[in-house]
Design a protein around this ligand. Sequence first.
Ligand SMILES: Cc1cc2nc3c(=O)[nH]c(=O)nc-3n(C[C@H](O)[C@H](O)[C@H](O)COP(=O)(O)OP(=O)(O)OC[C@H]3O[C@@H](n4cnc5c(N)ncnc54)[C@H](O)[C@@H]3O)c2cc1C
Length: 370
Amino acid sequence: MNSVDVVVIGAGQAGLSAAYHLRRLGLVPGRDLVVLDQAPSPGGAWQFRWPTLTYGRVHGMHALPGMELTGADPDRPSSEVIGDYFAAYEDAFDLAVRRPVHVEAVREAGDGRLLVVTSAGEWHTRALVNATGTWDRPFWPRVRGQDVFRGRQLHTVQYPGPAAFTGERVIVVGGGTSAVQHLLEIAGVAAATTWVTRRPPVFRTDGFGEVEGRAAVAMVDERVRRGLPPRSVVSVTGLPMTEAMRRAREDGVLVRHPMFEALTPEGAVWPDGHRVPADTVLWATGFRAAIEHLAPLRLREPGGGIRLDGTRVARDHRVHLVGYGPSASTIGANRAGRAAAREIGTLLQGPASVSPDEAVILSTRRERSN
Ligand SMILES: Cc1cc2nc3c(=O)[nH]c(=O)nc-3n(C[C@H](O)[C@H](O)[C@H](O)COP(=O)(O)OP(=O)(O)OC[C@H]3O[C@@H](n4cnc5c(N)ncnc54)[C@H](O)[C@@H]3O)c2cc1C
């Protein structure tokens, strides 16, 4: 049995930010702190993103704390650029990420600590930072006829880039940035494309600055504070209208249709009987928080979400969720990692949770790190 002060689950932007700040508090990775990640390589979810999502096409990616990402080739896939950057970051700060390690469950250890059960053994810990993102839990809506459709159905997580759709008739479902990016790419090679969304998309033509960003985060934060499941950031920010999108609208590509009623063996059918034949339906329908492993802790509220106070779970102060809800962006993940580390520093020093000897160790670590 391994015993540590803090387990961080996930080595994406949020987990690395938390690990960086915990290390600055004096916790030593590998001894006091362990970062577990199920992915094969550094990069968090970025390593799985499609090859045509080049670094130059990523919007508002914030660098990790303490190390800038400079001189990256905008034409290189973001999966490679960010994979290399995260690898260099983990090395530079000796974060000693353990991978691939899949966390299966987090339970009460019975002694006031938590028990983290993984594919590589068990850890006892006093605090937990959950930074598992959403990529591993794609959301597929249920639609009548999905099982009879004879074509292909893919989700964004499986999107291989546009070449795989050459000459096909493709229906793209979803109102977020990924859906629009897929649609615009595929339209260049497909025989026909149809874009459907559940709600009419809201395009932003004005600038999206700090004030708007804060307002959007506050809306998601408000839901999470009420114990409701978080909404995606695009659902509150709208879609920023780019030059490519303007052109696609003029060309009749970026034309939204309401959600179809059902799939048929040949394609989709709408309530008024209108039919569109299709070879592929691409579900760009988003993600949910990948937090099934936390189920034994019973953190959910009656509203279905996990109520947070900052990053701290209201029902269990040992547990922090970072990169979740209002912090599900690269800048949000950075801030949440710092906030979680600070609160855990306080928790580890708290009179009720540490022995006097341990409090001395933590204050010594703090002195070493300053
Ligand atoms: C297609 C796409 C494009 C985006 N573009 C942008 C952008 O341009 N700018 C921006 O700011 N944000 C963007 N975002 C959002 C941004 O990616 C995220 O907010 C942020 O990078 C997520 O970081 P994270 O650390 O929360 O999660 P992730 O990067 O998903 O990292 C989570 C890590 O946890 C691991 N993990 C999951 N479950 C377990 C488990 N049970 N056990 C062990 N490990 C586990 C995963 O393997 C992964 O390595 C984008 C998101 C998507 C889906």
